[in-house]
Design a binder for this molecule. Structure first.
Ligand code: SF4
Length: 314
């Protein structure tokens, strides 16, 4: 099951070692939306209260993962619906604070909404007709010799002919045209990782929107992924400069309404805490002495791939 939130290092007293920074679709999106939001999440690792929709997303993802853990013939809608209550009990056991998030009187309706999402899945696919190669796949890969990518893929399907499909579930509704590109960014990111990891261009990228029972599908070409890779490398270079200098400007937008850090955001009259420095660095580099530029795209790649659980806050 996915973790609800990434453990947070608190004021230097938390002994939990942190993993080296890496670029994930979420963190790339944060930085592009608001560099200060990226800093608060990836560098300061400030806690954020879990939202009810996010918890439901975790629940539904875990249920679908568990459904595929059963033999194909057993993956019925009834089994999936029954899993909702079981997985919820497991989540509450792991994170008792979830009970405070959901008042007891709201719980039945909320669980029913999760069951509706699970049933919606069956209008799009029949999990009895295929078996994924992997669910909840954590992958890490280094591109261009020095750009670390990290991702968490909901499902990977591998056909007997070798064709690869990358699938991501969304518990919200399908996006309008303006947000389709943003949705595809995540899938292209995963496709690039799989391409560099396995040397195969995924045949299909598929986003499944459970709230309205629609899917978004895309077939990338190798040229598109290589072009996308150039953009990812350039973004990491920009992020690295910000990490070295501590210059993470606030960039107000409609997303501020969802931001948990308005109280310490200059755009809202707040004051950011002192910059803690580039995570993992003993001391910041002197001004003007920045990270070397990323190596050429396509350089040596360090790979890991594991169907293991990692925190969602990559
Ligand atoms: S409130 Fe808006 S501008 Fe400020 S950190 Fe959050 S997203 Fe960025």
């Amino acid at each position: 099951m996915r973790a609800i939130a990434e453990p947070v290092e608190s004021a230097g007293t938390d002994p939990v070692p942190r993993r080296p920074l890496a670029l994930s679709p979420s963190r790339a999106s944060d930085f592009k939306t608001c560099p200060l939001l990226y800093r608060y999440r990836a560098v300061d690792r400030l806690p954020e209260p879990p939202s009810v929709p996010a918890v439901r997303g975790t629940l539904v993802h875990s249920v679908l993962e568990q459904v595929f853990g059963h033999p194909a013939v057993e993956r019925t809608p009834e089994l999936a619906v029954a899993q909702v209550g079981l997985v919820w009990e497991q989540m509450v056991g792991d994170y008792p604070d979830l009970l405070a998030l959901l008042p007891a009187e709201d719980l039945p309706g909320w669980l029913a909404s999760a069951k509706d999402l699970v049933l919606s899945y069956y209008t799009l696919e029949d999990p009895r007709r295929f078996s994924p190669e992997a669910c909840e796949l954590a992958i890490e890969v280094e591109i261009a010799g020095s750009v670390p990518l990290r991702g968490f893929i909901d499902r990977v399907d591998l056909a007997s002919t070798g064709e690869l499909r990358v699938v991501d579930y969304k518990t919200g509704k399908s996006p309008g045209p303006d947000f389709e590109l943003r949705a595809l960014y995540q899938l292209k990111f995963y496709a690039l990782m799989m391409y560099r990891l396995r040397g195969v261009v995924p045949t299909q990228l598929k986003l499944i929107y459970l709230a309205d029972g629609l899917s978004l599908q895309y077939a990338p070409t190798e040229d598109e992924l290589l072009s996308f890779e150039n953009g990812v490398v350039a973004l990491w270079a920009t992020m690295t400069r910000a990490l070295e200098t501590g210059d993470f400007p606030a960039s107000p937008s409609s997303m501020c309404g969802y931001c948990a850090h308005q109280a310490i955001c200059p755009a809202y009259g707040g004051t950011p805490p002192p910059y803690p420095g580039y995570p993992g660095r003993e001391s910041p580099l002197p001004a003007g002495q920045l990270e070397p530029a990323a190596a050429a795209v396509g350089d040596a790649v360090a790979l890991t791939e594991a169907a293991v659980k990692v925190p969602v806050g990559l």
